[in-house]
Design a protein around this ligand. Structure first.
Ligand SMILES: [Zn+2]
Length: 237
């Protein structure tokens, strides 16, 4: 009975965390909207800034432009910085902060930053294991119905274990993102964005981005709890 109540409560937790996620995305859009037209003292486009930081830090990265809005990312597989088209040729402080953040990830990769490596490993394992999730659950539930409870339970717990990998991935993502933003702040300051307004803008953009990752973690946790209570209700009925 307790598991059923837990299952119901976790539904509210999901709604609450989705509302937080929407607020966070709104904050990012607001901050980006405000600063996408304001230039900083660094007279470089997103692309030029990436080229400069690439050369200054001997990173040997490929710098590319990519489609979509706020789709900027670092790809550790081919060591590339992918800058969304609106930031590529833009000299705004928003474009520069986003590029500096992605360079922060490239620096984590170069420095073999342990949490960055752990995140890569967990995501790879989670992607592989998630392919097994649905077949395992179906087999587990069929065995439960056939009253082979002990075998069914083991399979269902294995499925929960696999699902928890995506939760661990969100958990590790948060400190990795905060660290990349810390590196971005340092890079922006060293390149000359040192006025109070520029420091404020840099903080505002990066803090809004951090809030989306925190919200992402909350959503993952809420879904994990929901599945956990559901499976416990099935196995311990
Ligand atoms: Zn990031």
């Amino acid at each position: 009975m307790g598991y059923i109540i837990g299952y119901a409560v976790s539904g509210f937790v999901i709604i609450f965390s989705i509302i937080i996620a929407l607020i966070a995305h709104n904050k990012v859009n607001d901050a980006f909207g405000t600063y996408k037209d304001i230039n900083s003292s660094i007279d470089l486009t997103g692309n030029e800034l990436a080229q400069k930081l690439n050369g200054d830090n001997n990173l040997n990265l490929t710098i590319k432009s990519c489609n979509g809005k706020l789709t900027d990312h670092y790809n550790p597989k081919d060591k590339s910085i992918n800058i969304s088209q609106s930031n590529f040729d833009n000299k705004s402080i928003a474009a520069q902060v986003i590029v500096a953040h992605e360079i922060g990830h490239a620096l984590q990769d170069r420095d073999n930053y342990s949490l960055f490596k752990l995140r890569q490993f967990v995501i790879k394992t989670s992607n592989f294991a998630s392919g097994l999730l649905i077949p395992l659950l179906i087999i587990g539930i069929i065995l439960e119905i056939l009253l082979m409870n002990s075998v069914g339970n083991i399979i269902i717990y294995l499925a929960v274990g696999i699902y928890s990998l995506s939760l661990i991935a969100s958990l590790v993502t948060l400190p990795v993102e905060i660290n990349a933003s810390k590196r971005a702040k340092k890079l922006m300051f060293e390149l000359g964005a040192t006025s109070d307004d520029e420091i404020y803008a840099t903080d505002k953009l990066l803090n809004a981005a951090a809030m989306t990752y925190l919200a992402g973690l909350l959503v993952s946790l809420a879904y994990f709890l929901r599945y956990l209570f559901l499976l416990l209700a099935i196995t311990k009925k």
